[in-house]
Design a protein. Structure first.
Length: 376
């Protein structure tokens, strides 16, 4: 094991990375709070500023994937589709099977220059998660309770607000509503059978309301829907902790572009279109399992240096005073100060671990298990 590889396995290094991410995130959130005064003066300028502030935070996670773990991301698509990336407003549909599927998506948005302006339809609980939810709030992310009767007006209003967004945005939808687990899949297929819908092998039944509403509200703004099917070579199931430990993965993403005018305007027909799309996604996963690759040309967009430079900037700004302070504490010889400092380090370590826990499948929401609970 080389020295760099050894460093990647050390908890103290992980703690320092987490410290940089958390403290820089809190600073960024404070700056975002201050930018609220810009909204009534120049809304579009406010948005452009917050896109760059969000980039400064999210790109640190992308840096871990691209530069720290060295994970490779390969696109399977066609040249015409790839040439549109970063040049239009789009809706992204991504399968929700892995702990780092969002990070692979962020890597692609970064390489095509839309990381800071990327959007998502997110569960409302995330709004209260420090750094993640707070940053999303200032980015006008649409939050929902996943109860359509309560969400309808909020979601429609949030989507319509994005109609005049000044920078190209990729609006991510996890149409399955929650991460894939065997229990949720079994329940989902029982629902499919009861509704006379074709069963899926690798996906949960898509929830159509969010998709049809997004398509209706963003017509005239969004040019296309990108369907993205993600898998990892070697049947790997990567985690954010694995990335933090420097484990390298190989992600393959099949991307298909559907012009928005090809998607029915009628809600029921659009829902049927989405169900058909997921049957195709299932077939793509089956092909990948059998052949080890998706159909289409292979593209490997180059990673850019900005994620690394951004992290090095924050690390320089924040770690220098931390090391100076820590040295001063231990040099003082005061047991009280030393214990207080170690307590702070322990609390910081716990906080970083809790943030990582947000991405873990086994700690995911119980959404999708309601029918199971009723049957029990």
């Amino acid at each position: 094991m080389g020295f760099i590889a050894f460093l990647k396995t050390q908890s103290i290094v992980h703690l320092l990375i987490g410290f940089v991410f958390v403290v820089s995130g809190l600073i960024i959130n404070f700056i975002q709070l201050c930018t609220l005064v810009l909204w009534p003066i120049n809304k579009q300028f406010y948005r452009r500023v917050n896109c760059r502030l969000a980039y400064s935070l999210w790109s640190q996670l992308v840096m871990l994937l691209e530069w720290w773990s060295g994970t490779e991301c390969t696109l399977f698509s066609d040249e015409a589709t790839v040439n549109t990336f970063g040049k239009e407003h789009v809706i992204i549909i991504l399968n929700h099977n892995f702990e780092i599927d969002f990070l692979c998506g962020w890597t692609m948005t970064e390489r095509f220059g839309v990381l800071g302006s990327s959007k998502v339809l997110a569960k409302k609980e995330l709004l209260y998660v420090p750094l993640i939810g707070w940053t999303w709030y200032f980015l006008e992310i649409v939050f929902c309770k996943r109860k359509w009767e309560e969400d309808r007006d909020t979601v429609i209003e949030g989507l319509k607000r994005l109609a005049d967004y000044p920078e190209y945005m990729w609006f991510l939808l996890y149409c399955e509503g929650t991460r894939f687990t065997e229990t949720k899949h079994r329940i989902s297929m029982e629902v499919a059978e009861s509704k006379g819908l074709p069963k899926l092998k690798y996906h949960l039944l898509p929830r159509t309301k969010g998709f049809t509403t997004a398509v209706q509200c963003l017509r005239g703004t969004v040019s296309a829907v990108y369907d993205v099917t993600l898998n990892f070579r070697g049947n790997k199931n990567p985690s954010l902790l694995g990335i933090l430990y420097g484990k390298k993965y190989e992600a393959d993403m099949c991307v298909r572009r559907f012009p928005l005018e090809d998607i029915p305007q009628d809600e029921k027909e659009a829902a049927k279109w989405l169900h058909k799309l997921y049957q195709e996604k299932d077939a793509l996963q089956e092909m990948y399992n059998q052949e080890g690759k998706f159909p289409g040309q292979q593209f490997k967009p180059r990673r850019r240096p900005w994620t690394l430079l951004n992290f090095l900037f924050w690390a320089t700004v924040l770690l220098s005073p931390l090391f100076t302070f820590g040295f001063g504490v231990f040099a003082s010889g005061s047991p009280l100060l030393i214990l207080a400092f170690l307590g702070f380090v322990g609390a910081a370590s716990f906080g970083v671990r809790r943030l990582i826990g947000v991405t873990e499948i086994e700690k995911g929401s119980s959404y999708g298990n309601q029918e199971f609970k009723k049957k029990e």
